[in-house]
Write a new protein. Structure first.
Length: 229
């Protein structure tokens, strides 16, 4: 199967323009313009047929849509160790938030003990999208029944000048406030985040329907001002 040809069969040029505007870190000519449901369907078919191993080795890919397909194929891999190895091989080539965020390996749900250690490694990375991916996996898998208050230290310890890292940290803490308020609110009360991330967390939390009106008002009172030298 020529996977690139299969993607071009699904091309929508207007959608490519739309995607390019949402993903400014990627050059316009890198977009084929395949809608995510179609990429997802193709990923499932390729994985089911077992025709994906050569494609996963073809790094870097030429097109954004190939990267999206790669991330979605990784999400289908059933063996934990094989999946983690494939994710580690791919992460250095991820150069935008959309590809980073599309990866959500199903096998991770069954391997929480091993996963949390790997998350610590990813989140500590200086590479923008490796760090972002680690925090996203923490948000996806460890804010519900597997939550431990100590896990909040992982994203709180991240310091970066990268917008897409800090935005993920804010998204994480806003979600944590919605799901684990009592454990999370001290991080805001005690200014454990940098000012931008702190205020963005409050903004995103106050936009959430899962945060009560009373909580929103309290969060508003905790906003911090920028210090200008």
């Amino acid at each position: 199967m020529n996977i690139q040809k299969e993607l071009f069969k699904l091309q929508n040029k207007k959608y490519a323009e739309f995607q390019a505007k949402l993903t400014p870190t990627v050059a316009r000519e890198k977009f084929i313009g395949v809608r995510v449901p179609d990429v997802r369907k193709l990923a499932k078919a390729i994985y089911k047929d077992g025709a994906y191993e050569d494609f996963l080795k073809q790094l870097p890919h030429e097109y954004y849509d190939e990267d999206m397909l790669h991330g979605l194929i990784l999400s289908e891999i059933k063996g934990y160790e094989v999946c983690v190895a494939a994710v580690d091989e791919f992460l250095p080539y991820v150069n935008n938030w959309a590809v980073c965020d599309i990866m959500s390996p199903k096998v991770f749900r069954k391997h929480k003990t091993e996963l949390i250690e790997k998350i610590k490694e990813w989140a500590a990375s200086k590479e923008t999208y490796t760090c972002r991916f680690g925090m996203e996996m923490l948000m996806s898998h460890f804010l519900d029944e597997d939550f431990k208050a100590e896990y909040l230290k992982i994203p709180a310890s991240v310091r970066s000048e990268e917008y897409y890292v800090n935005m993920m940290t804010a998204w994480f803490f806003a979600t944590a406030l919605a799901k684990q308020w009592d454990a999370t609110i001290p991080y805001i009360e005690n200014n454990k985040l940098d000012v931008w991330t702190h205020n963005k967390t409050i903004q995103k939390a106050r936009e959430s329907y899962r945060i009560t009106d009373e909580q929103k008002e309290y969060l508003k009172s905790l906003k911090r001002k920028w210090l200008i030298n």
